[in-house]
Structures are given as C-alpha cells and as structure tokens.
Design a protein around this ligand. Structure first.
Ligand code: LLP
Length: 407
C-alpha cells in the first residue's frame, strides 16, 4: 500500500505505529473538486477547521486559496497562524464567549455566523463597545431531515443550532437596528456525512425564499453560507454523493440572488486523504470469535465507538487468505472496537493494517485516555514525508498535571 510515492511499510519503519498519514495530493485534489464545482459562482471555500486543524493541513489549504470555517478562538488562531487571512475566516458555534467575540472582532474576521438572539445581542454590545460593527449572518434552521447519524444532524427543529427559519425575518429586522451589527448574510448547515443530496436541495430552496423576502424588505443580504456536510464513501456504500450535482443545487436556487456563496466543507476535503496506520499486537482466538488486537485504540480514532461509524480496514500488505475478526484496540472498554465480524486479510502479530477514511474527525478527536500517547501525524508529498505532529513522551504527558500546594 502506497501513499503517493511512499510505501506505508517503509514509513512504518521510520515512524512507530500507530500514526496518522495524510496525502497532500488527495487534499489538493479534493479542494480542487470544490473550486471546479463552484466555478461560475462568486464563491469562497471556507474549510471546516474542526475536521483536521493541524497547522500543516491548514497551511496546505491556505496556499490553495482556502478560507476557514471556525468554531472557537483556538481555531481562529490556528487558521491565522497557518496563513489564512482574517477576511476569509467565518466564526460559527452556539456558545461564543465574550472573550472569543472580542478576539474575533479585533482580528476583523469576515463574519460571525450567529446562532441565537442572545448571541446577536452580545455581539452587538461587544462590537459597539469596541467602536466596531460586526458583520453577521444568521444561521437559520430550515427543519429538513438530513438523513444522517442523529449525533451529527443539525438542521431539524429539535436541534440546538440556528434559529427557526420562520422566525428569521423578525430577527433580521432587529439585527438591522442594532448599533454593533452589520447584517451581511444568511447561513445554513444541516448536518454532516450527508450521502443523499435531496436535503441540500430542500434547504437551499428554503434559504432562497428567505433571502428573496429579506431583500424585498430592504435588508441587504450579500452572502449566503451554505455550510458543509457533503458525505464521503467510508467503504460501505457504493456511491459517493456527486459534488457537481450538489453545486448545481446551489447554483439553481441561489445563483441569481447576487450573493457571494460560502461553502464550509470539512470531511469531504480531509476524510479520504488520511489513514490511521496500526500494527497488530496480538491475534487472539476466543471461544467464539477471532480478535485482532491493534496498537491503535478508541482514544486515537473515536468514530466507531461514538457513532458506530464504519471505517474500511485493510492489511497494508495484500493477503490472499481472508479471516473474519473483531478488530479492537487495547483500551479497557468493550466499546474500544473498530469493527465487528470484519473479513480482511489474515494477520499475524506485527502486521500492519490501515484504517481508511481517517483524515477527518480522527486526530482532532483523539485523547490521552488510558494514559496513552497520541498517535503522531505524518504528511506525505510525492516521495517525501514530514512529521507534522510528534508523539509526546511520557514525561510530557505526566507534566501536563500539577500538584496542589497541600500535597
Ligand atoms: N459547518 C458547520 C457549521 C458545521 O457544524 C460542520 C460540522 C461543518 C461545516 C463541516 O461539516 P463536514 O463538511 O465536515 O461534514 N465528529 C463528527 C462530525 C461532526 C461535524 C460537526 N459539524 C464525525 O466524526 O462524524
């Protein structure tokens, strides 16, 4: 198995497993698919930093012209540090603190995506006190069913995100009269890992109606942020949603409104550009099942435990003999399971496996649970590689804590 011009087997001799490995070429080509699909619209691709916020990944995307969709001061700081200019940064999230709002205002970011009325009031107050006006888009909740995992659907009436689309006109009127606010746009994001495109079609259509009516009432809407959410093929479904069709819905519904279109993809840029490489510690034959016990665990990649997510898993060296395993990690929890009853090449202790589709929501969601060291991250370009995040050592892990004076 190769990542660009490098054999994973050779890489694993240099970098101890488990480690994340990303392909620069795959990231660039996924980004390019967006710029091609949205060509013809006045658009800005704001990469969703939460999917993978490594500085090297952000810098790679910055050089391709990407902006950033951020959800915290930390992400804004990361985006700026990687060379993404403030005028390409949007700031979303339901719980923006005063400190975060002031930081974003001081940096003069492109816009705030506002999730509630109290947040709008807070932003106005803070901006006014700094002698500024914050550009805002209000996130509307179109109440469409995204047909994805319940934990990552966001655009239904019961979700905590945005404000009901029917209530939006009143809030826009309010916003237009606030001293610290400059209304700039409308924002919508309905969920993540959407593999069917119909919900986007429905959501964009509802947003188009709203924008038309706001413009009719003299509210100057210049930006429509359509969020992210395009799914990837994790190896279970045969079809990946078609990005050109997705963009064509945006063009058809929103193209004539004279607005800049912001799109916030995360997973569809990084997901299939990364794998988690792990070594088999033991092959254990239980009474009923064969277990493959890896050196990677749920603390490295939590998606299977948290969302029952399917990730394709392959042996790095092709094996003709196939065996059905439960593929698990060393963490002391039954939930530390990457796959149950999965048929892959026969393995022995020391063999390498790759967990596919791990570039997004992998390393960023990792923890030190069970006092395990982090999996380092490696970026490949052609036949070169660079360790873009080191594995910390045990002294550093222990030094993260400090003792109170009374001990
Ligand atoms: N914009 C907003 C406002 C979002 O909330 C998200 C993701 C995105 C953009 C990017 O969505 P994407 O293109 O990556 O689907 N940890 C979960 C995914 C959580 C997504 C949260 N919001 C997972 O591992 O599946």
């Amino acid at each position: 198995m190769q990542v660009e011009g490098l054999a994973i087997e050779a890489l694993a001799q240099q970098v101890p497993t488990p480690f994340y490995c990303y392909s620069s070429k795959a990231i660039a080509s996924n980004y390019q698919r967006y710029s091609d699909a949205f060509a013809g619209l006045d658009s800005l691709i704001c990469y969703a930093v939460k999917a993978n916020s490594n500085q090297a990944i952000l810098a790679t995307l910055a050089r391709l012209g990407a902006g950033a969709d951020t959800v915290s001061e930390g992400e804004i700081r990361r985006a700026l540090a990687a060379g993404i200019s403030a005028d390409k940064i949007v700031f979303a999230g339901v719980g923006k603190s005063v400190a975060e709002i002031r930081y974003a205002l001081a940096q003069d970011i492109l816009q705030f995506n506002v999730e509630s009325e109290p947040e709008l009031m807070r932003i106005s107050e803070q901006a006014h006190s700094m002698g500024k006006r914050a550009r805002v888009s209000i996130r509307v909740n179109p109440d469409v069913e995204a047909k994805t995992h319940a934990k990552i659907t966001t655009g239904m009436a019961e979700n905590k995100f945005g404000i009901a689309i029917d209530l939006a006109p009143a809030l826009y009127k309010r916003a237009a009269n606030l001293p610290g606010i400059e209304v700039s746009g409308v924002d919508v994001h309905i969920g993540s890992q959407l593999t069917e495109l119909t919900p986007f079609d429905q959501a964009f259509s509802k947003v188009a109606d709203l924008v038309t009516s706001l413009q009719h009432h003299g509210i100057d809407i210049q930006v429509i942020d359509i969020g992210g959410g395009l799914g990837i093929n994790y190896g279970e479904q045969s079809q990946e949603p078609d990005i050109t069709t997705y963009a064509s819905f945006a063009k058809a519904h929103l193209g004539h409104l004279g607005c800049k279109i912001i799109v916030e993809p995360g997973r569809s840029i990084l997901g299939n550009a990364g794998v988690l490489v792990s070594r088999v510690e033991y092959v254990k034959t239980g009474q009923q099942r064969h277990f493959l016990i890896l050196d990677a665990a749920m603390n490295d990649l939590i998606r299977p435990s948290m969302y029952d997510a399917y990730h394709h898993i392959v042996t790095v060296t092709e094996q003709t003999q196939k065996v059905t395993y439960d593929i698990v990690g060393p963490v002391c929890e039954t939930g530390d399971t990457f796959a149950k009853g999965r048929t892959i090449g026969q393995c022995q202790s020391g063999d390498l496996v790759a967990i596919m589709g791990a570039g997004a929501y992998g390393a960023v969601m990792a923890s030190h649970y069970n006092s395990r060291l982090n999996a380092p991250e490696v970026l490949v370009k052609d036949d070169q590689y660079s360790i873009i995040r080191e594995r910390i050592d045990y002294d550093t892990l222990i030094a993260m804590d400090s003792l109170p004076s009374w001990l």
